[in-house]
Design a protein around this ligand. Structure first.
Ligand code: 8YV
Length: 309
């Protein structure tokens, strides 16, 4: 049996249903009762960025062999526990990199050129009364990236085409890149017009963007988050935006999704999207095929396609 933690993708659900005995966790309101009844037949969990496999779920499934995540991020999976128990873990790297990097650039342009506000301007008929005010140029602005992994690199490559000087912060300097390295995030933020969060969420990167970083980015700076909500101290971000201490923000992720701080709704220098980084038909199909491929490989004793643990 395979346990799916929440609804994620119709194609994936259909294929899982065809190939396995599929349990849809969200259809069972009595979680404890469901787990007591079915714990011995569940050998795989399919989770995603909102519902993964925490210690409680893993401990409740004595026959669990593999967690195949419909996400690249692994912050909702207790990796340590999986390792200890010999449970394999897979994710969906690479296939979503382009979409997430595309969205990061889209958010930058949307914030600087006020695309959403301009759209509302036209729709509400205000154009007939006067032209929209001037906005801010993107090309040539300095871009700072937190985390130069697969996604960070894809963002850098795109920003290069906009003639942006590119710098990054990460735990260790990457030897094989020409981008400028900062070992201090505050220094990167002070030297960036646009700061982009593109690292994994771990204990170390929780609230990595705090008040000091936001103030270093400053009243002309723009924060882009396509990583995870908890990378940013959200109340501090909201306060900085409301008080004009930060120039703008483009956010795909939030600390308590789908809750978004109401104070942001009135701000025209903020663009809000509902965690859609990987959300294209093409990419979600490829992610689903990776989840299915990993499960098939595991159950036929073949090497996993994208193993993490
Ligand atoms: C998805 C994601 O939103 O890959 C990730 O880490 O956050 C996204 O691709 C999600 O897992 C799909 O449900």
């Amino acid at each position: 049996g395979v346990l799916m933690t929440c609804p994620m993708n119709a194609y994936l659900e259909g294929e899982l249903q065809k190939r396995f005995n599929l349990y849809k966790f969200w259809q069972f309101p009595q979680k404890t009762q469901f787990l007591t009844e079915h714990c011995n037949s569940i050998r795989a969990v399919v989770g995603n960025a909102s519902a993964g496999a925490d210690a409680t779920l893993i401990d409740a499934l004595p026959k669990l062999e593999i967690v195949s995540s419909f996400s690249v991020g692994l912050d909702k999976i207790d990796l340590k526990k999986c390792k200890e128990k010999g449970i394999r873990v897979t994710n969906t790297p690479d296939v979503l990199t382009e979409d997430v990097a595309d969205l990061a650039i889209g958010l930058i342009i949307a914030v600087l050129r006020r695309l959403c506000e301009c759209d509302r301007y036209v729709r509400s008929g205000k154009w007939k009364i006067g032209n929209y005010k001037l906005t801010t140029k993107f090309s040539g602005k300095s871009v700072g990236i937190i985390g130069l992994g697969r996604i960070g690199l894809a963002i850098a490559k795109r920003a290069e085409a906009f003639n942006c000087p590119i710098s990054y912060y990460s735990r260790t300097k990457k030897e094989d890149t020409k981008y400028k390295y900062y070992s201090n995030l505050l220094e990167l933020a002070s030297n960036s017009d646009i700061l982009i969060v593109a690292c994994a969420l771990t204990k170390e990167t929780h609230h990595i963007v705090n008040r000091e970083v936001i103030d270093a980015l400053g009243p002309k700076g723009v924060l882009i988050n396509i990583g995870r909500g908890p990378h940013v101290d959200e109340p501090e971000l909201v306060a900085a935006l409301v008080e004009g201490r930060l120039g703008g923000a483009g956010l795909d992720v939030f600390e308590n999704e789908p809750e978004v701080p109401q104070e942001l709704f009135a701000l025209e220098n903020v663009v809000l999207v509902p965690h859609i980084g990987s959300g294209t038909v093409e990419t979600r199909k490829e992610m689903a095929d990776l989840v299915l491929g990993n499960l098939e490989s595991h159950f036929s004793n073949k090497p996993l396609l994208t193993p993490v643990v």
